[in-house]
Design a protein around this ligand. Structure first.
Ligand SMILES: [Ca+2]
Ligand SMILES: [Ca+2]
Ligand SMILES: [Ca+2]
Ligand SMILES: [Ca+2]
Length: 535
């Protein structure tokens, strides 16, 4: 079985490189467009796709559905008013499904938003006092800048125009705070879940469900390489989520529920994009418009690929291209088959040497990394994982297409259920990443281990510390919902944000006293006026 995989992988590698040689690097410039992992999207957060999740719905009674979530507008401080956070009316947000394995979407869900202003004479923004100052429903007139949206589905087999599935649906306001948006989930969050055919849709603010120690970008400055002891840098931040729940048969190539995990129609590829009009005009009176053909400025499938696999000079271009052309760009192929990030980890360990006083030496698998190509770009072939003969995420034409791949015939495994592992397949839980991605999957630990070769694909390197790396953050502090849209109620503004402190010191009964002292004022601080006089 392993030998088969090895030979197949070698063959695929050869195909990658032949394809790579056939195209000149200069062709890449034609893909270069504009726009927070990449230099340009980091300055365009409203079009910045941060995470995509795709998993079999685990909510009771919804087992026949797939849930896909795409998050945008990262690092939201919940107190960021008075405009707070809403989807960008000038951005086309899309969720794309490839069910034929060529990296070209066969089904697209399009989301476009429209914001209106009820009272433009107020000094406030998203909310104001139009009636009683409290937003207690989606249609409350104190929701001063309500946003509606439309959902369109385009099937490649039925033409480009597609079908409008819904219009005039409402996004909830941001969770402004206990005075303005009381009982947020009951009044605003849950009512914003709308039926969409037999499925459902939700667009709005949520707790950032992604959890990790961003100290990784300070020369792998993890506080811990054990499952606890790290700092969840994203704790208590919010994001904006576009979520759909769709019947399985509505996503597969044949339009049928697959017969089992080895059914060739069982696997779908999922990614999400954001596009902007090609022309932005700023007028002298301050008005702005964005027109012209939509140009893709953000793209996301598997987590962290553009962050830790794609090189800097390619990140913006990677955001602009379709997975269908990944294999034609030599530097993308090389980035995947000879990744730099594990070498940076090795380097950092060589320089800084210790984790909590323990020296960790590390050896890396040599390039070409066919294991990385399989995990991220071609799908894991049937039979590749010993002991899990029915596991397959193989959806491939033999060319790398970076997408999230989900086998829709593998039963969902909910967080905390028997067999659940935050490490997904690495934890022998085939219901999780890289079989799709659930909200609780610890993709940082999974991917870092994979990049270090700490998986069954590279047995010689499937040893400690390669296969034991953690970033010290193993779950989302705010938890998850057991129902659609699975991501938690957004963190409320006007409440003290806990500073980053190690996960081992998480409070069980609220904010610790020493944190309160840092975030509360006793009355207003003294207003300081800078003096122009020079001494
Ligand atoms: Ca396709
Ligand atoms: Ca009201
Ligand atoms: Ca969170
Ligand atoms: Ca982790």
């Amino acid at each position: 079985m392993k030998r088969f995989l090895y030979e197949k992988s070698l063959k695929m590698t050869r195909i990658f490189f032949v394809a790579a040689l056939c195209l000149s690097l200069s062709g890449l410039n034609t893909f270069a467009s504009s726009h927070a992992e990449a230099p340009l999207t980091s300055m365009d957060r409203y079009a910045d796709n941060t995470d995509v999740y795709a998993f079999r719905s685990s909510e009771t009674g919804r087992e026949g559905f797939v849930t896909i979530l795409a998050n945008f507008i990262p690092l939201q401080d919940p107190a960021g008013g008075p405009q707070f956070y809403r989807f960008d009316d000038t951005v086309m947000y899309e969720i794309k499904i490839d069910n034929t394995g060529d990296g070209v979407q066969d089904i697209t869900y399009q989301f476009q938003f429209t914001t209106s202003i009820l009272n433009s004479n107020t000094v406030l923004g998203m909310n104001t006092v139009n009636i009683d100052g409290q937003i207690t429903s989606l249609t409350d007139l104190d929701y001063n800048m309500p946003q509606t949206y439309s959902v369109r589905r385009i099937d490649s087999t039925t033409g480009a125009a597609g079908q409008v599935l819904a219009t005039g649906l409402r996004t909830p306001p941001s969770n402004i705070g206990p005075r303005t948006t009381p009982n947020y989930e009951t009044n605003l969050g849950q009512p914003a879940v709308y039926p969409l055919g037999t499925g459902r849709v939700f667009c709005g603010q949520r707790d950032e469900g992604f959890f990790l120690d961003l100290g990784v970008f300070d020369a792998i400055g993890y506080r811990s390489i054990a499952p606890t002891g790290g700092v969840d840098t994203l704790r208590s931040f919010n994001v904006n989520t576009i979520g759909i729940e769709v019947p399985i048969q509505s996503l597969t190539r044949t339009g049928a529920v697959p017969t089992g995990p080895t059914d060739p129609n069982a696997v779908i590829g999922v990614f999400s994009t954001a596009s902007r009009g090609s022309m932005r005009v700023i007028q002298s009176n301050g008005a702005r418009s964005q027109t012209g053909t939509f140009v893709q400025v953000s793209r996301l499938g598997s987590p962290l690929i553009n962050e830790v696999v794609i090189p800097l000079g390619l990140k913006d271009a990677f955001n602009s291209i379709s997975p269908s052309v990944d294999g034609t760009i030599p530097r993308v192929v090389t980035a995947i088959t000879d990744p730099e990030f594990p070498k940076i980890i090795q380097f950092a360990l060589g320089v800084y040497g210790t984790f909590n006083g323990t020296y960790v030496g590390i050896n890396l698998p040599p390039a070409p990394r066919t294991d990385i190509a399989a995990i991220f770009a071609t799908g894991i072939p049937a039979g590749a994982v010993p002991g899990l003969p029915t596991y397959t995420t193989f959806l491939s034409d033999g060319v790398p297409h970076e997408m999230l791949r989900l086998n829709t015939a593998i039963a969902p495994v909910a967080i905390g259920a028997t067999g659940y592992s935050r490490l997904g397949l690495l934890g022998n839980d085939i219901g999780g990443f890289p079989n799709g991605r659930r909200v609780g999957d610890d993709v940082v630990d999974i991917e870092v281990r994979a990049l270090l070769g700490g998986t069954p694909f590279t047995p010689a390197f499937n040893v400690s510390p390669n296969n034991a790396f953690n970033d010290g953050v193993s779950t989302n502090f705010e938890g998850f919902l057991t129902r659609f849209p699975y991501l938690q109620t957004p963190n409320a503004g006007n409440t003290p944000r806990p500073a980053n402190f190690p996960a081992t010191q998480l409070p069980t009964g609220g904010i610790p006293a020493e944190e309160e002292g840092k975030t509360y004022f006793n009355g207003f601080p003294e207003l300081k006026v800078e003096s122009n006089s020079k001494k």
